[in-house]
Structure formats: C-alpha cells, structure tokens
Design a protein. Sequence first.
Length: 143
Amino acid sequence: MGDLYWDVAAMLALRVSKRKPLFVWLTIERPFVMVRHEQMYAVGYGIRPMASRRQDAGARSAGRLVVVIALTLAATVGLAVVAHGGSAPVVSTVVVQPGDTLWSIASARYPSDDVRIRVDEIERANGLHSPVIEAGQTLQLPG
C-alpha cells in the first residue's frame, strides 16, 4: 500500500511540475501578457473559436438591409390594398323615372346606410351642384 501511495504522489508531482505558472510574466512594467500560439479558452464539443470578421461582412449587412426594406415595402403595399378595398369601386347606373328624387333613389339603393351621406355621394359622383334631377337622366351610383 505504501508503494501505491508514493507512485500516485510521484505522478501528481510530475503533473504539477509540467504546468506553466500563470503569473510569472506579470510585473508592474508589464501588467498584461501576450501569449502567442496558445488558445486561452476551453476546447471541446460545442465550443469553437470565434471566427474572424470576414471581408464580405459589409455585403451581408447590405443584403440584409435590402431584404428588410423589401419586406417593409411589401407589407406597406399589402396594407394599403386592404385599407383601400382591394379593387376598384363598383359603380352602377340608374335612369331617373318621373317622381324620383335623390333621396328616394338613395334610400331604395342603400336601405341600411345613412341616406344623407349617400345623397351627397351621388351628387359628387355625378357632378351635381344641387339635388335637382330630371326624368330620363342617367345617374351613377357609387358602390
């Protein structure tokens, strides 16, 4: 048992003596040490050295900027189409019959809407300056 103890002690002493002291080179004149050709980080599975900055890094960031601008533009156009309604407004026409008024046409065509707003829209769509219309006149009714 004594021999085993001395063998283990000798192996540990050998391991300790081969180690480099970490702070031998540090003095007041040289507070930092540059160690060449030695990696000062743990190497193992999942750990890799940091990659140096490549020369094409500027091209990559410019490419990313172009992608971000393109996606922003596409989203903006998509939202504008949705907000606008997506397609051209449907315009229908009606021929004014004797006894028709803008109010009666608007209330018959748009029963669930505010008739005052619809009368104003019909006037603007047809370039009318007053609510006076004549029989036989063709009016455009906005969708």
